[in-house]
Design a protein. Structure first.
Ligand SMILES: Nc1nc2c(c(=O)[nH]1)N[C@H]1C(S)=C(S)[C@@H](COP(=O)(O)O)O[C@H]1N2
Ligand SMILES: [Mo]
Length: 395
């Protein structure tokens, strides 16, 4: 298809903010500093983590973008961006989190395979675009459908980037048709991020945003949507982003025994401090983010300054001044993270500060990283500890 093209080398990458910590250069994988991550409830585009598997695609100067929708549907179509923009526009505030967020910490316990990430492979943005459920009506699939008359049960998103995991082919992922056609699931074909035209790193001109689900399913630089019988057979659905138990290693791994990971689990991390930090004696600020997948809200954020022996609750907020209530969709963002904050005076020179969140289904983060260790290092949502030494001396 003319228009959107995928370079096979890294000579045409977009500019990026110099403050990002780069975890891999080619493909470009970077995250903001902890401090930058929580400057505001909505993550500025410059500070939003970037996770790629190949060179960034580009719209040719005179290129005309169009999106094909086909497969097990009555009337396949091709849509221009203008036609997609004509559909009702929704702004959905949703947190995107890479399944590999906090992988470095898991790897420090026992080595795992994958790009290392600190706690910032996550961001919260206002995504603007058309609802996938509206778009699918144009090909004759009505709202709340779980199977089409020709047997379609999954919606596959196909990009145009060149990924080595796909032997130079494009990135692909799928979600169930029931989720794609559910207006409440808020799955978007987004052309805006934080009120601006989506930039190249984040999927220009059009990407999928699947709220509450690991970032890997939110396909960027969307080229084609196809309705299929079984879930996508792409590498990133079948041979990656699956959660294995700690007993599985690279010699006994059997990929088909596990389902592709979709929702992410309850998660939180401290961003106002480094894992090992020195602070001035007196009051310190413990702040960070908490979020859960599947549209579950954050019921509580617990903080400890004695390694988890005793706990107290942190304040939670989304928009400034509005108290956060985990099950109130009218005043709170269902798919968005909450920021938390607690100000404490440390009682001793050394403190083991811990945070754990509880979601609206009473799911709690696991205490121990080794109990959820897996060879790909995904979904590290264990309690986040930071070790702080306070000193009377001027820093
Ligand atoms: N086409 C394409 N889509 C993609 C990817 C990719 O490499 N290619 N990476 C996925 C992964 S693993 C994540 S976590 C998110 C990252 O989105 P972001 O770079 O906008 O933060 O995009 C997803 N969509
Ligand atoms: Mo990811």
């Amino acid at each position: 298809m003319p228009g959107l093209i995928a370079p096979s080398d890294y000579s045409r990458e977009p500019p990026r903010h110099p403050s990002l910590n780069i975890n891999a250069k080619e493909p470009f994988n970077a995250e903001p500093t902890r401090q930058d991550l929580i400057v505001s409830y909505i993550t500025p585009v410059d500070y939003f983590y970037k996770r790629n598997h190949g060179p960034i695609p580009i719209l040719e100067d005179n290129g005309r973008y169009s999106l094909a929708i086909d497969g097990l549907v009555e009337k396949p179509i091709e849509l221009s961006l203008a036609q997609i923009r004509l559909l009702p526009k929704y702004n959905v505030t949703a947190t995107l989190q890479c399944a590999g967020n906090r992988r470095t910490a898991m790897s420090q316990q026992l080595n795992v395979r994958g790009v290392g990430w600190d706690v910032s492979a996550i961001g919260n943005a206002i995504w603007g675009g058309a609802k996938l459920s509206d778009v699918l009506e144009l090909v004759g699939v009505s709202k709340s459908t779980s199977v089409t008359s020709s047997g379609g049960k999954h919606v596959e998103f196909i990009s145009i980037d060149k990924c080595k995991e796909e032997n130079g082919g494009p990135y692909k992922a799928s979600i169930p048709l029931s989720q794609a056609t559910s207006p409440e699931a808020d799955v978007l074909l987004a052309y805006e991020m934080n009120g601006e035209i989506l930039n190249r790193d984040h999927g220009y001109p059009l990407r999928v945003v699947v709220p509450g689900v690991i970032g890997a399913r939110s396909v960027k630089w969307l080229d084609r949507i196809t309705i299929i019988e079984q879930e996508s057979q792409g590498f990133f659905m079948q041979k990656d982003y699956k959660m294995f138990p700690p007993s599985v290693n690279w010699d006994n791994i059997d990929w088909p025994t596990r389902r592709p990971q979709m929702d992410f689990p309850v998660q939180s991390a401290i961003c106002s401090l480094q894992d090992v930090d020195i602070v001035k004696q007196g009051k310190i600020r413990i702040a960070g983010y908490a979020v859960s997948g599947g549209g579950r809200g954050i019921e509580r954020v617990d903080v400890s300054i004695d390694g988890g022996k005793t706990w107290f609750e942190a304040n939670r907020y989304q928009k400034n001044g509005v108290p956060y209530v985990s099950d109130d969709d009218s005043s709170c963002d269902k798919w968005g993270w909450v920021l938390f904050e607690a100000v404490v005076s440390l009682q001793s020179e050394n403190a083991d500060i811990v945070v754990k969140a509880v979601d609206s289904s009473a799911n709690v983060q696991p205490e121990n990283v080794m109990s959820i260790w897996n060879l790909r290092g995904i979904l590290n949502n264990s309690w986040h500890h930071v070790y702080v030494r306070s000193t009377a001396a001027k820093l």
